[in-house]
Design a protein around this ligand. Sequence first.
Ligand SMILES: O=P(O)(O)OC[C@@H](O)[C@@H](O)c1c[nH]c2ccccc12
Length: 261
Amino acid sequence: MNRFEQAFSTLKENKNKAFVPYIMAGDGGLDCLVDRLILLEKYGATAIEVGVPFSDPVADGPTIQRAGIRALENGTTLKGIIAEIGKARQVVSVPILLMTYMNPIYSYGINEFVKDIRLAGVDGCIIPDLPIEEEAIITPQLEEAEIELIRLVTLTTPMERIKTISSKGKGFLYTVTIKGITGARNEYDSELNQFLMAVKEVSPIPVLAGFGISSQDQIIDLTNYCDGVIVGSKIVELLNSQNLLELEKLMSVFKSKSEIV
Ligand SMILES: O=P(O)(O)OC[C@@H](O)[C@@H](O)c1c[nH]c2ccccc12
């Protein structure tokens, strides 16, 4: 069993849902990446998504774009991030996902990239600008290294295509809950709940919802229809303002009351 299968089977046993926080590597300085990963595991993360800052982040909203700019200004590099994840792996046991666009991977070198992230103990990758038609440029290497490619579907993806996409992985399916870029939102599409249920019906792997999720109420509501959530912008904001109390509170959403006290 890989770390994802392990994490999700434990959740299932405990009838619990997944909470996957996203952080931007190098925001606050690359030195704090290991500490942040430790903190998020302590607060109950099921897995952690680590973003690679990139100059042209087409799917990212303002909060994550700004975090990316801060990280780049700090001199953050992909090599540096992978080295820090390698250190974190000694002490953090939840699955670690690397989120990057295809461009930084190309300039690193595809084979070199997969080799280095495997050695560092990365469990999965999210590559939002890599459609399934093109993914064979990297999936053979990822499979060989036993690294999961986490694929995305959106509200506008036809159901037949969702079937195909969800049959490919062993990690989870990332369901994008809004027609747009990342960032906190207050309102969801009225068809979202039904859409999530339909995706769950066809997907053999766990279905997680992401984009625009920022409150416990939203999380409780959405997880009636899926297996968990991914929260990015809100986490980035709370870490940047060092509001750890609020962060711990948000992440305690699936813990029973007795566990919190
Ligand atoms: O920030 P939000 O709205 O909570 O959404 C999660 C998201 O940030 C994270 O998963 C992510 C950051 N950049 C991405 C690009 C594509 C897909 C996903 C992402």
